[in-house]
Design a binder for this molecule. Structure first.
Ligand SMILES: O=P(O)(O)OC[C@H]1O[C@H](O)[C@H](O)[C@@H](O)[C@@H]1O
Length: 431
């Protein structure tokens, strides 16, 4: 994986980084790296995520998922960090013969429609919650379980759980002797893509999860105190520096349909980790080339408050565009969809650069298990480094917890003072 930051090091870019600022940033990266290395050494909360490629037991994941090898589908029941990593991996490098569905929302119509579409007797269900208490996940699982009962399916034969040492989900797994995996110690959900949390559906799809972890190991080996030698830190550092100079939005725009959920995964990583103390960078999800035709106008001509991050696999499978007898289309005939996508990408990048809109290009050779493991690892390292530079508590999400307590108070779980704010809402309805 490499990161090209050239387009933010020119005076044209607004904001940009000059030579002096770049050198100052490099010094701060050196200090940030030392802190990260110390956190990894002591397996501290959060920093432990960067040790996962070494500490995860892929044999155990395969052993526990063996029983589900003949499934037609796998259904993840989880939310946020307990769902987005799995969706990212199976969409990017999964095997369509075992379809992966995700229920990460309590929208009743969607839940019902997914359940109606599944042959529940041939569906493996992976219920994931680090805390084991997330209301959406547990409620959805109760609905899935009942749907299996109603269909005459023994849900205990179809279910595997990944959770922490205690909590209602652990109790459920123990009560029914379900196969269970542990969430990794000291790793927040959004940093757990290289672990049991995200790898179960990939293992059931028979993906090469060791190659994925090898990609993570490659990322770990690439971490170095030198900004100029470490793509992950370079990305984290320049995103931070541009954010401080006004680029308070980060548009993640992969040029590969298979990376669409990657932008969602990145959005949680960036938003929950860095959105603190009045600062942070708002992640925006985009997809090339599709969103050139809906969002690019704003990126090029709107406010200079964005960094656009392109992610591009250099090699892809290709489809030839058939020749046509329509003269105006002759320039397309005989060419390939991949060449068209490449041209669109180059043109978009240049259009932003010439307009002074800062952008960074991340390239991987081709999209496979190994390169994806590297990409996710590097983005996590970038985020942790950015957290050091912002000087925030990267690994907590108190603002989200506030909302969770308010909702649970409203549902009557117990007396949470946050629930009172719901009654205090200021209304001014125009009808
Ligand atoms: O894995 P769980 O404990 O169920 O948590 C799922 C999600 O819940 C919250 O909303 C947190 O903000 C997320 O960081 C977390 O990934």
């Amino acid at each position: 994986m490499n990161v090209d930051i050239g387009n933010i090091l020119t005076d044209k870019s607004q904001p940009s980084l000059d030579k002096h600022e770049f050198e100052e940033l490099a010094e701060r990266v050196r200090v940030g790296h030392e802190r990260i290395a110390e956190g990894r050494e002591n397996n501290e909360f959060g920093y432990a995520a960067l040790n996962l490629p070494e500490t995860v037991d892929s044999d155990e994941i395969r052993r526990k998922t063996d029983h589900f090898a003949d499934s037609d589908a796998v259904l993840t029941v989880g939310i946020g960090g307990s769902a987005l990593g799995a969706a990212t991996i199976t969409t990017a490098v999964g095997n369509d013969e075992v379809e992966h569905y995700v229920l990460d929302n309590v929208d009743p119509e969607h839940t019902q429609s997914v359940l109606n579409s599944l042959d529940l007797g041939k569906t493996a269900v992976h219920v994931v919650s680090r805390s084991g208490t997330t209301a959406e996940t547990l409620a959805t699982f109760l609905v899935v379980r009942e749907a299996m009962d109603d269909a005459g399916v023994d849900w205990t034969e179809q279910t595997i759980v990944t959770t922490g040492d205690d909590g209602p989900l652990r109790t459920l797994a123990e009560t029914h002797a379900l196969p269970a995996l542990d969430v990794p110690d000291n790793v927040p959900g959004r940093f757990s893509a290289l672990s049991t949390v995200a790898l179960v559906p990939a293992a059931i799809q028979d993906c090469d999860i060791d190659a994925f972890l090898d990609g993570g190991k490659e990322g770990a080996e690439s971490l170095s105190p030198s900004l100029s030698d470490c793509p992950a830190y370079a990305y984290g550092a320049v995103s931070y520096a541009l954010g401080q100079r006004g680029a308070d939005m980060n548009v993640m725009m992969p040029y590969a349909e298979r990376l669409e959920p990657f932008s969602e995964w990145f959005a949680q990583l960036w938003a929950e980790s860095l959105g603190k103390d009045g600062g942070g960078q708002t992640p925006v999800r985009a997809l090339g080339a599709t969103d050139q035709h809906s969002q690019l106008q704003l990126y090029r001509a709107g406010p200079r408050n964005k960094l656009v991050t392109f992610v591009r696999p250099q090699e892809t499978a290709n489809v030839t565009i058939p020749e046509t007898d329509i003269d105006e289309l002759s320039y397309l005939g005989g060419s390939e969809l991949g060449s068209l996508l490449d041209a669109e990408f180059e043109a978009t990048e240049a259009s932003l650069a010439t307009a002074g809109c800062p952008n960074v290009r991340i390239e991987i050779e081709q999209l496979n298990e190994q390169s994806l493991g590297r990409l996710l690892y590097d983005m996590e390292a970038a985020c942790i480094l950015a957290g050091e530079l912002y000087d925030v508590e990267t690994f907590t999400q108190p603002a989200v917890e506030w909302g969770k307590r308010a909702a649970r108070g409203l549902l009557g779980e117990s007396e949470f003072e946050e629930a009172a704010a719901i009654a205090e809402k200021n209304r001014h309805i125009i009808d």
